[in-house]
Write a protein that binds this ligand. Structure first.
Ligand code: SF4
Length: 293
């Protein structure tokens, strides 16, 4: 996402070259939304439950980053995980987001409806963790589907129980982060558990949604042959839904934010994976019959 001229990243899939991303980003930040004022804690809790208001970090219009075609990507605030390689620790706290009315978000989607349809694009909710605000996200998706606009949810699946079967019906595509292949490594990488990701993958497959899996390759953390094999085994559990797997090579674009926020950064001196390592991981996943980028 872009805010002013500064490159910002939110999700592991943003571990792309900033120059590439900037050329694909047309506009964004938090412009164009009238924000509710004077919300107290109870108002916020109610708004979260009903989805009348969403807490948004930023949004942008981009191409070929968060799903097919030209897309409006909305980065929701709040995340229960603490990934060691997180590119945007500034999205972790929901209270740091800007409250946005549901109708304002739906109006924004409607404004770009023709563009989405002409390019095969649509709306993507990312984060933070988009499922933390399941009511808001799913109500926007419902409205998008009524307009005939493609919907995409970018998530780790960690909060999959927040999302009902009814809500899942409105997801066309899920960018599903499989952050590791076994519980022990998943815990080490994220502080959370892997089982909900698998459960969500199976539910998506049952609902007929498509999945693009994302796996961040971090030397010394997620790159062991055993872990990559386990990632493949995880993906095999919802293989029918997977169109491809993206291997995202770790790099250091997020480091300045950890410093800015004065949070100790666990991957301070970590280097990205070599081409040879990326090739090995790709070959391993391909051996299981997946299309891998
Ligand atoms: S899941 Fe949360 S902690 Fe992990 S990379 Fe995404 S925003 Fe950061």
């Amino acid at each position: 996402m872009a805010q002013g001229t500064q490159f910002r990243t939110t999700r592991p899939h943003m571990l792309k070259e900033s120059k590439v991303y900037q050329t694909q980003t047309l506009m964004g930040g938090l412009s164009g939304f009238e924000s509710p004022v004077g919300l107290d804690r109870r108002d916020r809790i109610n708004a979260l439950r009903t989805g009348d208001i969403g807490f948004v970090h930023s949004w942008d219009i981009n191409t070929s980053v968060d799903g097919p075609g030209t897309r409006m990507t909305v980065f929701m605030s709040g995340c229960p995980l603490r990934c060691q390689y997180c590119q945007n620790p500034d999205t972790w706290k929901m209270r740091d987001g800007q409250p946005v009315y549901l109708q304002a978000m739906i109006d924004k989607v409607a404004r770009y409806e023709d563009l989405f349809k002409a390019t095969g694009g649509g709306i993507t909710f990312s984060g933070g963790e988009s499922m933390m605000q399941a009511a808001f996200v799913s109500r926007v998706f419902r409205a998008a589907k009524e307009m005939g606009v493609h919907t995409c949810l970018d998530t780790s699946g960690f909060l999959n129980r927040n999302y009902t079967d009814e809500m899942i019906k409105d997801i066309d595509l899920c960018l599903l982060d499989v952050k590791s292949g076994d519980e022990k490594t998943y815990k080490e990488v994220t502080g959370g558990t892997l089982a909900p990701t698998i459960e969500f993958g199976k539910r998506l497959e049952a609902a007929g949604a498509k999945i693009w899996v994302r796996f961040v390759l971090v030397p010394g953390l997620t790159d062991s042959e055993e872990n990559v094999e386990n990632v493949a085994k995880v993906c095999e559990q919802f293989k029918g839904a997977i169109e491809h797997i993206d291997i995202l090579p770790f790099h250091q674009l997020g480091r300045p934010k950890w410093h800015e926020l004065r949070i100790p950064y666990p991957l301070e001196d970590k280097k990205g994976p070599s081409h040879a390592l990326q090739d090995r991981a790709k070959a391993q996943l391909e051996a299981h019959g997946f299309v891998v980028y």
